[in-house]
Design a binder for this molecule. Structure first.
Ligand SMILES: Nc1ncnc2c1ncn2[C@@H]1O[C@H](COP(=O)(O)OP(=O)(O)O)[C@@H](O)[C@H]1O
Ligand SMILES: O=C(O)C1=C[C@@H](OP(=O)(O)O)[C@@H](O)[C@H](O)C1
Ligand SMILES: [Mg+2]
Length: 164
């Protein structure tokens, strides 16, 4: 295992929720890219997206993720992190990348219950469009793929622990 773990996947798959528990179980530090972006920009993610547009947000996200310096950390990225080539190359070098994967139907149900999530959608794009577009990228960058189908948080965590 490399010295860090990076979680990637669609919004709502549980990168942040599972990441913090995994860090605790491993005795690692926990970092959340979304919080690093907010700290650097001194704005909420939704304000950055509103003010800078989606391309501006993606540039900032790429720069922040490409600058992460960590040792023994679990890093939860934002769902759009995989659009950042520089960032993903850097994260692949410093971490084992785990893709938390959920079938579209389950993801749609779960996102329906989540409020106030700023998801990066270009003009006219639907959740289905970005699911298809991003799935290719998540698979490309993943060292390990965890299928969450039918699993609760504890079951997903123990599957990750078994593989590491
Ligand atoms: N089986 C599950 N695995 C992960 N999260 C789940 C599961 N079932 C429900 N959830 C909920 O889905 C949400 C995931 O949100 P979050 O961790 O912010 O995801 P992400 O960081 O990937 O966008 C949380 O509210 C979590 O409680
Ligand atoms: O997938 C996306 O487009 C985004 C996901 C968010 O993070 P989570 O994946 O943690 O929800 C956050 O980075 C931003 O609002 C954009
Ligand atoms: Mg998150």
């Amino acid at each position: 295992m490399k010295r860090n773990i990076v979680l990637i996947g669609m919004p709502g798959v549980g990168k942040s929720t599972i990441g913090v528990i995994l860090a605790k179980e491993l005795g690692f530090e926990f970092m959340d890219s979304d919080l690093l972006i907010q700290k650097q920009e001194k704005k909420l993610l939704k304000e950055i997206i509103e003010q800078e547009g989606t391309d501006g947000f993606l540039r900032i996200e790429d720069q922040v993720n490409a600058s992460i310096d960590a040792e023994k950390a679990v890093i939860a990225t934002g769902g759009s992190a995989v659009y950042g080539e520089k960032a993903m190359e850097h994260l692949k070098e410093i971490a084992t990348v785990i893709y938390l994967k959920l079938p579209f139907g389950e993801l749609e149900k779960r996102l329906g219950n989540l409020h106030n999530r700023g998801v990066v959608l270009r003009d006219g794009q639907t959740l289905r469009d970005i699911y298809n577009e991003r799935s290719v990228l998540y698979e490309k960058y993943a060292d390990i793929i965890i299928d969450e189908t039918g699993k609760d948080i504890e079951e997903t965590l123990s599957q990750i622990q078994n593989i590491l």
